[in-house]
Design a protein around this ligand. Structure first.
Ligand SMILES: [Zn+2]
Length: 303
């Protein structure tokens, strides 16, 4: 019998890390914030997922409506995950002066820095890196560098926040939610978004950088993130540490596009002159809503 030995880093290597934004996030459809945190940690652990990164909005700590507090963050840290900066008050760069924006980052750093599992990564709220204002974009890039912070960019996403909102609204309206269909949408859309990013990155960079998937700290993650990890692996993905993702050389690239916002994949595609669409189709919230109504609420194809 002849065994054909393939190199370990075979062509077609798809690697991805997980990130969760807006932590601590407000109450969702199903769980108390404490219960949600426990479930996210447990789902990741059961799926044998490696270190993920949780991007903290420090201004949400200790607020009402069950946002929850420091203990939830500590639980993620104790479970082996990293934490990083998502600003103090989660505003768009386009809505603030450069000075106010950097001060908001500093306020979050005050809380974060020195904590175990802290990483010097900053994720732009709404992935807004300044839009068409290149002066502001560059000033904030310089401000991050001066602080020893780097851009905690995203390469793949499927607007999970929108699916979470649709679910919460449906539950609040006492609509019947088909949980299996909901899980299928959550899992399938994120796997497809990852593959979209992989294909686009290969087109525009000629290589396969470690992808960074954007998720939010949602009840849907608490229910299905383990299923998502297993589905990614089944699809040929290796799930790696957030540290490994941000060690990828792609992170040193500073794209120059007409408007600075969105994923790094989209920016690089735009810069390379790729035709639209440069993002995964179910980031179109209208399309996602129609699919949700049809599959999860069984309301038929209304559009
Ligand atoms: Zn956010």
């Amino acid at each position: 019998m002849i065994l054909l030995l393939l190199p370990v880093q075979a062509a077609g290597q798809k690697t991805i890390a997980l990130s969760f934004d807006d932590v601590p996030r407000a109450r969702g459809a199903f769980f108390t914030p404490d219960e949600r945190t426990k479930r996210i940690i447990r789902e990741l652990w059961r799926a044998d997922a490696p270190q993920a990164v949780f991007f903290i909005v420090t201004g949400q700590l200790g607020h009402g409506d069950g946002y929850g507090g420091q203990l939830r963050i500590q639980a993620y840290v104790d479970a082996g995950h990293a934490i990083a900066n998502h600003s103090n008050s989660h505003q768009r760069l386009s809505a603030l002066t450069t000075e106010a924006y950097l001060a908001d980052i500093d306020a979050a750093e005050l809380w974060l820095k020195g904590r175990g599992a802290y990483r010097p990564w900053f994720r732009f709220p709404f992935l807004d890196e300044g839009g068409r204002d290149k002066t502001k974009r560059d000033a904030v890039r310089a401000g991050l560098a001066a602080r020893g912070l780097r851009n905690g960019y995203v390469t793949a996403e499927s607007s999970d926040w929108h699916l979470e909102n649709l679910t919460r609204e449906a539950v609040q309206a006492n609509k019947k939610v088909n949980r299996k269909a909901l899980r299928d949408l959550y899992v399938t859309w994120h796997v497809e978004a990852a593959n979209f990013a992989d294909t686009m990155m290969q087109k525009v960079t000629g290589r396969q950088p470690v992808q960074m998937l954007l998720l939010h700290e949602t009840d849907l993650a608490a229910l299905y993130v383990g299923d998502l990890v297993r589905a990614l692996r089944k699809d040929g993905w290796t799930v790696v540490d957030a540290d490994a993702a941000y060690a990828d050389p792609i992170g040193a690239v500073m794209p120059d596009t007409a408007a600075a916002n969105g994923t790094l994949t989209e920016a690089l595609a735009w810069q390379a002159g790729q035709p639209a669409p440069r993002w995964y189709r179910y980031n179109d919230t209208k399309l996602a809503t129609a699919m949700f109504r049809e599959k999860v609420l069984d309301e038929g194809g209304g559009e």
